[in-house]
Ligand binder design. Sequence first.
Ligand code: NCD
Length: 274
Amino acid sequence: MEKQGRTDLLKDKVVAALFYEASSRTMLSFQSAIQRLGAGAIIAHGKENSSMKKGESIEDTIRMVMGYADCIVMRHPEDGSADRAAAVSSVPFINAGDGGNQHPTQALLDMYTVHKEIGRFEKIHVAFACDPMHSRTIRSLAQVLSQYAGNHFTFISPPSLRMKDDLRSTLLERGVTFDESHDLSAGLNADVLYMNRLQEERFEDRSEFERHRHDFTLRASMLQGKKVIILDPLPRIDEISTDVDALPNAGYFRQARNGVPVRMALLALLLGRA
Ligand code: NCD
């Protein structure tokens, strides 16, 4: 499905986009997808401006919104909020990020990007940096890629930010091979180096964030002669120097653009028009 132009495929539909946590790319690309499909949008920005601030539960919010819209997209700061919402929703529900847990639509656009850049889903070496413990995008993408044969992962982080046990168990159960490193150079010969900022808002101990915030910065000089494709769900903070942007390895802005057609396809599928 093309990103350009508009269709009237969903002209009789209304999509609710509830963003109770900060978002730029996910919110804007969903809004672009909704408009390019000809649907209407109702949008909630931030807990501050909604009844959640008054103490309304996630379940009651969803019970109300499903009477207004044909599909609900929600981002929420709590782990597990998406499951709670989906359990009561009578209309299709899309998780646009639930705390540090999962970000499945990002994983879909990441998979689309991996395929466009590398040409396959199997036998890929993917390195993930810098915060596998808190990054929901690393968690979601590693889970999806672990379903394909022959993939190998390298997780790069300070020792205190290694992946959580639930992801580790999933990878072990699925027989995925992986290694862990404290050195960014461990990712430079991979097929894909997937960077994501330290997730500042998810640190219980602020001093731990301060201690590690400058541990990893990818610079153009490190990529000389390297073929590795650099992806990052963005926002980019300290993890990639801007001198990387001009290199052919830099896939992250192409990746961000892929959010629109992938979210268009998902909405069309869920609303029965794909
Ligand atoms: C990511 C997120 O929200 O988890 N951003 C995004 O959706 N593109 C990554 C991040 O915030 O670091």
